[in-house]
Write a protein that binds this ligand. Structure first.
Ligand code: PXP
Length: 240
C-alpha cells in the first residue's frame, strides 16, 4: 500500500505573508498526523521564503511519523541536515526566482557534486532521495550516486491539459518508476498532485510514497472556512 507524506510548506507561506507566528506548520503537522499522514515534508529553502530553521528543529522534536527534509545540495543545507537528522533528505534543485520547484535535479549536469552530497549525508547517518524528472538517463545517473531512492516529478503529468498528453506523461512516470525499481531504488512521487490526478495511480502499486502539499493545504482552507467564520461571527455578535 502506498504511503502519504504531507508537505506543510504552504502553511508557512500563509504565516510568512504577515511575518507573524500563525498559522504554525508545526501545528499543521500534528493535525496532518492525526489525519493519518505517514510522514511530514518541509522544504528549507536557501531564501527561507516559507519554512524557517526553527520550524525544522521543532518538527524534529514533535513529528511522530517521519520527517522528510527537502533541500538543495549545498554545504549550508548538508550541515543543517546532519545536525537536525530528518528521517529522509530529498535533494531538490533550487532557483531563487522560481515560484515552486520547477523540475527534477539535473544529476547528469554534475554527477560528482550530487554523489559527494549523498556521501556526506550518508556519513551523517541519513537516507537520501533525489527528486528527479521521469527521464531514463537521469534515473540511471541517480542510481549511481548511492542514493537509496528517487522521487519522480509528477508535475508534467498533473499540468498536462489534453487527455493524450496526460496519458503520455503518466506513462513516463510509470516507466521511470519501473526503471528505478529495477535499479533497486525506492520510488516516491510528487509535485502538483491533487484530489483528481492522484486517482490515476489507483491500483498501480508502483509508488512507495506520494509527497503532496499544495492541494491538501488548499482543501484545508476551504474545508475549514465555515467553522472559522462561525467562530469569529459568534465573537463579533458579542460586540453589538
Ligand atoms: N515533492 C517535491 C520535491 C516538492 O518540491 C514539492 C513542492 O514543495 C512537492 C513534492 C509537493 O508538491 P505540491 O505542493 O504541488 O503537492
Amino acid at each position: 500500500m502506498a504511503q502519504l507524506a504531507v508537505n506543510v510548506d504552504h502553511v508557512a507561506t500563509i504565516r510568512q505573508a504577515r511575518g507573524g507566528v500563525y498559522p504554525d506548520p508545526v501545528h499543521a503537522a500534528v493535525l496532518a498526523e492525526m489525519g493519518g499522514a505517514d510522514g511530514i515534508v518541509v522544504h528549507l529553502r536557501e531564501d527561507r521564503r516559507h519554512i524557517q530553521d526553527r520550524d525544522v528543529r521543532l518538527l524534529r522534536e514533535t513529528v511522530l511519523s517521519r520527517l522528510i527534509l527537502e533541500m538543495g545540495a549545498t554545504d549550508e543545507m548538508i550541515g543543517i541536515a546532519c545536525e537536525i537528522r530528518p528521517d529522509l533528505v530529498t535533494l531538490v534543485p533550487e532557483k531563487r526566482t522560481e515560484i515552486t520547484t520547477e523540475g527534477g535535479l539535473d544529476v547528469l549536469a554534475d554527477p560528482g557534486h550530487v554523489k559527494n552530497a549523498v556521501a556526506r549525508l550518508h556519513a551523517g547517518g541519513l537516507e537520501v532521495s533525489i527528486f528527479i524528472d521521469p527521464d531514463q538517463r537521469q534515473i540511471e545517473a541517480a542510481a549511481k550516486t548511492g542514493a537509496e531512492m528517487v522521487e519522480i516529478h509528477t508535475g508534467r503529468y498533473c499540468d498536462a491539459a489534453m487527455p493524450s498528453e496526460k496519458e503520455r506523461c503518466f506513462s513516463e512516470v510509470v516507466d521511470a518508476a519501473r526503471l528505478a525499481r529495477n535499479l533497486d531504488l525506492g520510488v516516491n512521487a510528487g509535485h502538483g498532485l491533487c484530489y483528481n490526478s492522484i486517482k490515476r495511480f489507483a491500483n498501480t502499486g508502483i509508488i512507495d510514497e506520494f509527497s503532496i502539499g499544495h492541494s491538501i493545504v488548499a482543501r484545508a482552507v476551504l474545508a475549514g472556512m465555515t467553522a472559522a467564520v462561525a467562530e469569529m461571527q459568534a465573537l463579533v455578535r458579542q460586540c453589538g
